[in-house]
Design a protein around this ligand. Structure first.
Ligand SMILES: [Zn+2]
Length: 263
């Protein structure tokens, strides 16, 4: 799982100063509800007293910025109709929305799906990777009910205030929360496969890589050098061709020097 995460903890936010902790039971996905793609804008606005909200991370297009320790209790969900709050159970992150739209009530106005598709793809990728990382770290199963939910689902389940994120946005790009949960599970499986890399499998991949390189054509710029080396008998190949774009072993290197010394 490649994910670029940096930390900018909101130490001036009252939520951080109070410093209550949770045992994470899930991850709640939010979006900011403002056309502002730059996470730093929110971070500088929220890193002060009297803000009355705080999340664990902001997901931007370029990277994820962690803003609270994962096990600190955040202020992101409010209280649901059950009287319970996902603040006590869920790690939270805000996805930054692209520039260019406005809101009327909970509805996006002037949002251009096609123009914003590449932006959305990057945000979505980072959100999947972050959630997969958190689920792995805290032993959470994204397929279990109530574990990976968005704010709007939290409202439906009685554990969050009445907000529509991220269902006011993601479905415009054809993404449901069920799809998100499947993609998170898939990312966790992919991560496990990376962790299960064996020497044998690595050697196999390396052989394939070297074979692929050996089949590449050399560039025009090296033509005079190649012609010279072949005329002089310094390179002669090994039945697999001259493999100009592959690597030379130390054995092959001394062999080439040896041939040269005998001219
Ligand atoms: Zn929210």
């Amino acid at each position: 799982m490649e994910l670029d995460i940096k930390q900018q903890i909101l130490t001036e936010n009252d939520c951080y100063k109070i410093g209550r902790t949770i045992t994470p039971k899930g991850v709640m996905v939010h979006s900011t509800g403002v056309a502002q793609p730059d996470p730093e804008v929110f971070i500088s606005r929220w890193n002060r007293p009297d803000v009355e909200k705080c999340v664990h991370a902001f997901v931007g297009r370029e990277q994820v910025i962690q803003t609270l320790p994962w096990t600190m209790r955040g202020w992101h969900a409010g209280t649901g109709t059950s009287g319970r709050s996902a603040n006590n159970t869920h790690i939270s992150f805000e996805c930054c929305e692209p520039a260019g739209h406005t809101y009327q009530g909970g509805t996006m106005i002037g949002y251009d799906v096609e123009t914003n598709q590449p932006y959305f793809d990057d945000i979505y990728h980072n959100a999947v990777q972050l959630t997969a990382m958190l689920c792995s770290q805290f032993n959470l199963d994204p397929a279990q009910p109530g574990v990976v939910i968005c704010h709007a689902e939290g409202y439906q389940q009685g554990v969050a205030s009445n907000h529509s994120d991220v269902l006011q946005w993601w479905p415009k790009h054809g993404i449901t929360m069920d799809q998100f949960r499947r993609d998170v599970a898939q990312a966790m499986d992919d991560g496990d496969e990376e962790d299960n890399m064996t020497q044998e499998r690595f050697n196999e991949l390396m052989e394939g890589y070297l074979a692929q390189r050996a089949g590449l054509q050399p560039g025009e710029w090296s033509a005079p050098a190649r012609e010279w080396a072949e005329d002089q008998g310094i390179v002669s190949g090994d039945g697999d061709g001259l493999r100009y774009r592959s690597f030379a072993t130390r054995e092959e290197t001394v062999q080439m020097l040896y041939q040269l010394s005998r001219k």
